[in-house]
Design a protein around this ligand. Structure first.
Ligand code: AHR
Length: 511
C-alpha cells in the first residue's frame, strides 16, 4: 500500500515537473518563415469625419497651423508615427464625395454639408493637400473611389488628374493648380463597406457591386494601367466575398477587410478574445481567397487592353482599430487607456502572423476619431495607442518567423504572453515583440533554433501608469506611458515581462 502511494506521489511529482518544464516558454523557429512583413501594414486612415481632417490635420483657425492651414504639431506627431501609407477620404463619407469639390483655388471650393457624419466641410484639404501631406510624411497615398453617387468617368478623371503625364484636360488641370509632376497614386480602393445598407450605400447585392465596379475599373485602368486596386470585401459575409473575388479576379490586387474591436462591459480581457477572433476570421478569409482566386491569372482577355494582376490576391485590412462606443453620437472620440495600447500591440502581433496574405492595414483613424493623435485648437496629444503603433513600425524587421509561446492563462483560452518574431537574415538581427496581458510579471525561457543567437542588445519596455490610465487634452503635459530601453548584452535565454506591458527585444542571430 505504502509502495503504491509512494509510486503515485512520484508519478505526480514527474507530471508536475513536466508541466512546470512546459510552462513559460517562447519557442522561436527561425527556420520556419511565415512570410515577409509588409511595411504597408503600418498604414493610417483619414476621413472627413468629425475633427479628423478638418479641425485636426487641417485647421486654418488654429494658432498652431501654418499659412496653408496645416496643423504643424499634428503633422510632427504624424511624422513620428511614420505611417507607410494613408488612406483618404473615407470611409462611409466617400459615398458622397466628389473629388472636384476639393481641388483648385480654395476660395472657389464648394463647402457642403457632410451628409454622413454631420457638420460642414470646406474641402480646404483636398487631393493636392493630401498628396503634400503624404509627401511631408514620406508615405504612399491610397485614394478611395465613390461608387455610390459617383460615376466611372468621374473616377477615371481623378486617376488622370493624379497620374496623367500627357496633354490632357485633367492632367493640365492639375498643372494649373501648381502641380507639374504627376502624383503617381498607385493604390485605389473600389468603394467602402459597399454591402452596408444605411447611409448612401447602394450595393447590397454583390452581383450588382461586381457589375458596377467593372465599369469603374475598366475606365480607371485604361487611364493608368499601372494602378493597383482594392476590391471591397466584407467581414462576416463570405458569400459577398466569394462573388466579388470570382467576379473581379484578375482585375484587382487586394480585397479589403474591416476589423474593429471593443471591450464587453465588465470583462476587460474580452478585447483580446475579440482580436483572437479577428485573427481566426482573417485566416478563414484567406482560405476563401485561396479557393476563389488563382495565384496567377491565365486566359486574360486581351481586349481589356490592360494587364491583369501579376501576383496572388492579397488582403488589405484597410480599417482596423478599437471602437469602444464611449461618447455619442458614434462613440468615435474614444479616450484610449493603457489597456488599449496592450490590445493594439496584441492586434499588430496578429497582423504580423498573417503576413503571408495581409499586405496592407490602416489604423482607423489618425486624428481625433478613434485615433492615436487627439487635437483641439490649442494643443495635441499622443493617446496610449500611439506608442505601440510607433514602436512596432520602428522595430519590425522584414521577415516573420514562427513563434510558439506557452504561458499561464490570464483568462479562459487566453495566454498571458502573446509573442511574434521578425528577423533580418542579412543583418543577423531578430526582434521579438511580446505582450503580457496579465497583471503579473511573467518570466519565460526563450528557446531558439539558432545556436548563435547569443546576445540581447536592446530591450524596450512600454508600460502604463495603470491599466485605465489615459493621456487627455485636459492634461496635455502629462504622459501616462513609460518607455524604458536597456542594453543588457546577455544571452537570449530568458526574459521577464513586466505586468501588463509590451516588450520589444533585439538580439543578434546568425547572418
Ligand atoms: O472609421 C469610421 C467608419 O467606420 C468608416 O467611415 C466606415 O468605413 C466604418 O464603418
Amino acid at each position: 500500500m505504502q509502495k503504491t502511494r509512494n509510486g503515485l506521489l512520484l508519478l505526480l511529482f514527474f507530471i508536475a515537473g513536466g508541466l512546470a518544464a512546459q510552462q513559460n516558454e517562447i519557442v522561436i523557429d527561425t527556420g520556419k518563415s511565415l512570410g515577409q512583413a509588409s511595411p504597408y501594414i503600418y498604414g493610417q486612415f483619414i476621413e472627413y469625419m468629425g475633427q479628423d481632417i478638418e479641425g485636426g490635420i487641417y485647421d486654418p483657425e488654429s494658432p498652431l497651423a501654418d499659412s496653408h492651414g496645416i496643423r504643424q504639431d499634428v503633422l510632427e506627431k504624424a511624422k513620428e508615427l511614420a505611417p507607410s501609407m494613408i488612406r483618404f477620404p473615407g470611409g462611409t463619407f466617400v459615398k458622397t464625395f466628389h473629388w472636384m469639390d476639393g481641388v483648385g483655388p480654395k476660395e472657389q471650393r464648394r463647402p457642403s454639408k457632410n451628409l454622413i457624419w454631420g457638420g460642414i466641410n470646406s474641402f480646404g484639404f483636398g487631393t493636392c493637400e493630401f498628396i503634400d501631406y503624404c509627401r511631408a510624411i514620406g508615405c504612399e497615398p491610397v485614394l478611395v473611389v465613390n461608387l455610390s453617387t459617383g460615376t466611372p468617368d468621374e473616377a477615371a478623371n481623378w486617376v488622370e488628374y493624379c497620374n496623367g503625364t500627357e496633354n490632357t484636360y485633367y492632367a493640365n488641370l492639375r498643372r494649373s493648380h501648381g502641380y507639374e509632376e504627376p502624383f503617381h497614386v498607385k493604390y485605389w480602393a473600389m468603394g467602402n463597406e459597399e454591402a452596408a445598407e444605411p447611409d448612401a450605400g447602394r450595393h447590397q447585392d454583390p452581383h450588382k457591386y461586381v457589375e458596377d465596379v467593372w465599369q469603374f475599373i475598366k475606365l480607371m485602368k485604361l487611364t493608368d494601367p499601372s494602378i493597383q486596386l482594392i476590391a471591397d470585401g466584407e467581414r462576416g459575409l463570405p458569400e459577398w466575398n466569394k462573388t466579388v473575388m470570382k467576379g473581379l479576379d484578375g482585375a484587382v490586387d487586394y480585397i479589403s477587410f474591416h476589423g474593429y474591436v471593443s471591450t464587453d462591459s465588465g470583462r476587460p480581457l474580452s478585447i483580446f478574445h475579440k482580436i483572437d477572433q479577428v485573427e481566426r476570421e482573417l485566416r478563414e478569409f484567406h482560405a476563401l481567397m485561396k479557393s476563389c482566386s488563382q495565384d496567377s491569372v491565365t486566359n486574360w482577355k486581351k481586349w481589356y487592353r490592360f494587364p491583369p494582376r501579376s501576383k496572388p490576391l492579397k488582403m488589405a485590412v484597410d480599417e482596423w482599430g478599437i471602437w469602444e462606443y464611449q461618447e455619442p453620437p458614434y462613440g468615435t472620440t474614444v479616450t484610449y487607456e493603457w489597456r488599449h495600447a496592450l490590445a493594439t500591440a496584441y492586434y499588430l502581433n496578429a497582423l504580423l502572423r498573417c503576413c503571408s496574405f495581409v499586405e496592407m492595414a490602416n489604423w482607423a483613424q489618425m486624428v481625433n476619431i478613434l485615433a492615436p493623435i487627439r487635437a483641439d485648437k490649442q494643443t495635441s496629444i499622443r493617446q496610449t495607442v500611439f506608442y505601440p503603433l510607433r514602436e512596432y513600425r520602428k522595430n519590425t524587421l522584414p521577415e516573420v518567423v514562427s513563434v510558439r509561446s506557452i504561458s499561464p492563462e490570464a483568462d479562459k483560452d487566453l495566454q498571458a504572453l502573446n509573442a511574434v518574431a521578425t528577423i533580418d537574415r542579412k543583418a543577423g538581427e531578430l526582434v521579438l515583440f511580446v505582450v503580457n496581458v496579465s497583471p503579473k510579471a511573467v518570466k519565460a525561457r526563450i528557446s531558439i533554433d539558432d545556436k548563435n543567437a547569443v546576445s540581447i542588445h536592446q530591450v524596450t519596455t512600454l508600460t502604463g501608469e495603470r491599466l485605465d490610465a489615459a493621456n487627455t487634452l485636459r492634461q496635455p503635459d502629462k504622459d501616462v506611458v513609460s518607455i524604458k530601453t536597456e542594453n543588457p548584452g546577455r544571452r537570449l535565454s530568458d526574459i521577464t515581462i513586466a505586468p501588463e506591458a509590451i516588450q520589444i527585444i533585439h538580439a543578434s542571430i546568425t547572418k
